[in-house]
Design a binder for this molecule. Structure first.
Ligand code: UDX
Length: 438
């Protein structure tokens, strides 16, 4: 049997995870306009940290996975072309489609002289209507027609950073949006042969698939803002613990246990951007969502809840050494996009603090923002020694293992735990946990 040929355009978390997963089963070509990334990937080096990705990358390269920085005839000759480029937001909070438009235009140019009929699969998160109203007209520019010259599907992705490979290997659902049954079947067959186990594959139209992705992320963001509101209430109520409350309400199957971990607010490359883009999109079609605005505002004010805890426990911040434990927006990643830690660091610097940032993986990325305005260390001991306060921002495993003796090296052992990962009994240690009332 001839191996199906697949191209994946845009090698961020979604594109690269998919490329290295499918790369061990099909002939896959990964495309990214960033030459440095392509060179590194060709050598089996991922340009970002993600558990297990190195292993899958090396395995896929052995199986024939290749990389290029150009969309050319070779790409167009593929059976399936996944588009996984970034869709950031612009300065007004609306989706910026420039990457996906440029890629669609390149595909169209090459498709104009091609003989085969690829199935183009939009995996990037795009605002409802984009696949058919924006991408399709670009692809049809050179007298090409959907269904005759190419097929166009929408296939959103739900993977999380930090567990990107695990989520790619075992997705909870595969959503395929489109109108051409043959094309839907072609993509379904690819997925069926890629996965050992039977997958939950649902078919719908393009626009519904687009809405599903936003609704999914907005709902998860809502859960987090909700539990953060409960945490802030608990903070003022002696003898309450938000985790206990989350655990019990999570037993109600109508609520569910997941995404009820209170913290400093959600960050990352998806939730903040997608909630904002959905707010703007809804506004543009005539609906102002009170709920989504509240989710967003609750999230952006959570940083103040953390600052209040710091200020309540250190009377005068000026000149104090504060250790920020965790710079990445979540554990198991080096990504600091929209990380609340960077916001806290900026506020602490404004208050005249000396900040020391600690993270097992995200120091290089943080240095790009703060340069020598703060100090950095990978040693927890160095971060804590002589500091006036430590703030746990990211639930890295390393912080769960912090012992009382580790904290006692601090000048004043005050520890603010925004993720409730430690529990100190020693009377010389002041531990304040977000969402636990005292
Ligand atoms: C998210 C979605 O989960 C994923 O389906 C989508 O494809 C991309 O966006 P990601 O941003 O990678 O994934 O990580 P996620 O685990 O969802 O965490 C997002 C943020 O929410 C992090 O800052 C995390 O710390 C925070 N979070 C998550 C909480 O504060 N509490 C929770 O219970 C869960």
């Amino acid at each position: 049997m001839i191996k199906k040929k697949i191209a994946i355009i845009g090698l961020g978390y979604v594109g690269l995870s998919l490329a290295v997963f499918l790369g061990s089963k099909f002939k896959v070509i990964g495309v990214d306009s960033n030459k440095n990334r392509i060179t590194a990937l060709g050598k089996g080096i991922s340009y970002f940290y993600e558990p297990k990705i190195k292993f899958y990358l090396k395995r896929a390269i052995k199986n024939g996975l290749t990389f290029t920085d150009k969309i050319d005839r070779e790409i167009i000759s593929c059976d399936i072309i996944f588009v996984t480029v970034g869709t950031p937001i612009d300065k007004f909070g609306s989706i910026d489609l420039s990457n996906i438009k440029a890629v669609s235009s390149d595909i169209a140019k090459n498709l104009a002289n091609a003989k085969n009929k690829p199935t183009i699969v939009i995996k990037s998160t795009v605002i409802p209507g984009t696949t058919l109203q924006v991408i399709k007209p670009i692809l049809e520019k050179y007298d090409l027609k959907e269904s005759e010259d190419f097929d166009l599907l929408t296939n959103p992705e739900f993977l999380r950073e930090g567990s990107a490979m695990q989520d790619t290997i075992a997705p909870h659902v595969i959503v395929i949006g489109g109108s051409n049954q043959k094309a839907i079947q072609k993509l379904t067959d690819i997925y069926k042969s890629a996965y050992k186990k039977k997958q939950n594959i649902v078919e719908t139209n393009n626009i519904t698939a687009e809405v599903i992705k936003y609704a999914n992320n907005a709902f998860l963001a809502t859960k987090i803002s909700f539990i953060n509101s409960i945490a802030n209430i608990c903070q003022k109520l002696p003898d309450t613990n938000v985790d206990k409350i989350a655990e019990i309400i999570g037993m109600d199957p109508r609520i569910g246990r997941q995404f009820l971990k209170a913290g400093p607010g959600y960050g990352g490359s998806c939730f903040p951007k997608d909630v904002q883009a959905l707010i703007n999109f809804a506004h543009n079609i005539g609906y102002d969502s009170v709920l989504l605005n509240a989710v967003k505002n609750t999230n952006s004010s959570q940083v103040n809840a953390v600052m209040s805890l710091i200020k309540q426990n250190i009377k005068n911040l000026n000149g104090k050494k504060v250790a920020i434990l965790g710079l990445a927006f979540k554990e198991n990643t080096d990504d600091i996009r929209e990380s609340v830690s960077t916001k806290i660091i900026s506020l602490l610097l404004k208050n005249g603090c000396k900040v020391c940032g600690h993270d097992p993986k995200a120091i290089d990325n943080t240095r790009i923002i703060f340069g020598n305005k703060i100090t950095y260390t990978k040693s927890l001991k160095d971060a804590l020694t002589d500091s006036d306060c430590a703030v746990i921002m990211t639930p890295w495993q390393e912080y769960r293992n912090i012992k009382e003796k580790d904290v006692l090296v601090m000048k004043s052992p005050i520890i603010i735990d925004t993720r409730r990962v430690i529990s100190m009994k020693n009377k010389d240690i002041t531990q304040v946990s977000l969402g636990i009332g005292k």
